[in-house]
Design a protein around this ligand. Sequence first.
Ligand SMILES: CCCCC/C=C\C/C=C\C/C=C\C/C=C/CCCC(=O)SCCNC(=O)CCNC(=O)[C@H](O)C(C)(C)COP(=O)(O)OP(=O)(O)OC[C@H]1O[C@@H](n2cnc3c(N)ncnc32)[C@H](O)[C@@H]1OP(=O)(O)O
Length: 218
Amino acid sequence: MSEIENGHGLQHRREAITGLGDALRLLIEQATATEAPTAELLRAAELIRQAAAPLGERVRGRFETAAADDLLGGVRLYNPVTGLGSAFAPPLEIHREGDVAVGTCSLGRAFEGPPSFAHGGVSAMLLDQMLGYAVTVSGRPGMTVQLDTGYRQPVPLYTPLRLTAQVVTVENRVVTATGTIATVDDPGTILVRATGKFVALLAEQAQRLFGPVTGSDR
Ligand SMILES: CCCCC/C=C\C/C=C\C/C=C\C/C=C/CCCC(=O)SCCNC(=O)CCNC(=O)[C@H](O)C(C)(C)COP(=O)(O)OP(=O)(O)OC[C@H]1O[C@@H](n2cnc3c(N)ncnc32)[C@H](O)[C@@H]1OP(=O)(O)O
C-alpha cells in the first residue's frame, strides 16, 4: 500500500512537495542573482548534487502521474506555471472573479530577458496558462492551437503582476480567449495582451494523446 493512500498522508505529502518547491525556488533565485565568491559556487554545486541524489532513487516514468496529483480534480503540483512543487513556476496563483480569471505572481531573476525585465516567452507562458484556465472553467477544456501575444511595454521583474483572462467566443470546438498582463499598482496599463484559440479534443484525439497517461489504452 502506498504511503499516501489515506487522506492525511496525501495532505502531508502535498505540503512536503510545496516545501521542497519553495526551497528550490529560493535556490534558483539565489543561484541566478548570486555574486558570491567562486568557491561558494563550487561548494553549492556539490551540496545540491548530494541533496538531489535521494530524490532520484524513486522516480516516475513519462506516462505516470505524480501520486500527489489529481488530474481530473485539476491538482498539478509540478505545472511549470502554477505548480507549488515546481522549481520553475513563479508560481502563478489563479482564481475566478465572475467570468474573468485573475492571476497574480512576481518574477525573479531567472525569468529575465531584457535586463531587469521579463523574457517575452515567459509572458507568453503565463498567458497560455491564464487563457487555458479561463477556457477550462468555462466548461469547454481544450488544447492551445494558437497563441498571439502583443508586447506593448516590458514586464518588470520583482514587481507584483496582475493577469486576467476571459473567454470571448465559442465556435464549434474552437474557444477563443483573451488575456492581459499589468502590474498590481497600475492595473489599467496593459503591458502584454494575448489572444488564444483552444480546441476541444475529439474522443479519438484524447485517446491518441493521453491514453498512455490515463491508462485507457490498457
Ligand atoms: C484530461 C482532463 C483534464 C481535466 C482538467 C481539469 C482541471 C484543470 C484545471 C485547470 C486547468 C488550467 C489551465 C489549463 C492549462 C493549460 C494551459 C496550457 C495549454 C497548453 O499549452 S496545451 C499544449 C500546447 N498545445 C498543443 O500541444 C496542441 C497541439 N495540437 C494538436 O495536438 C492538434 O492541433 C489538436 C489535437 C489539438 C487538434 O487536432 P487538429 O489540429 O487535427 O484539429 P481538428 O481537425 O480536430 O480541428 C478542430 C478545429 O480546430 C480548428 N483549428 C485547429 N488548429 C487551429 C489553429 N491553429 N488556429 C485556428 N483554428 C484551428 C480547426 O479549424 C477546427 O475547427 P472547426 O471545428 O470549426 O472546423
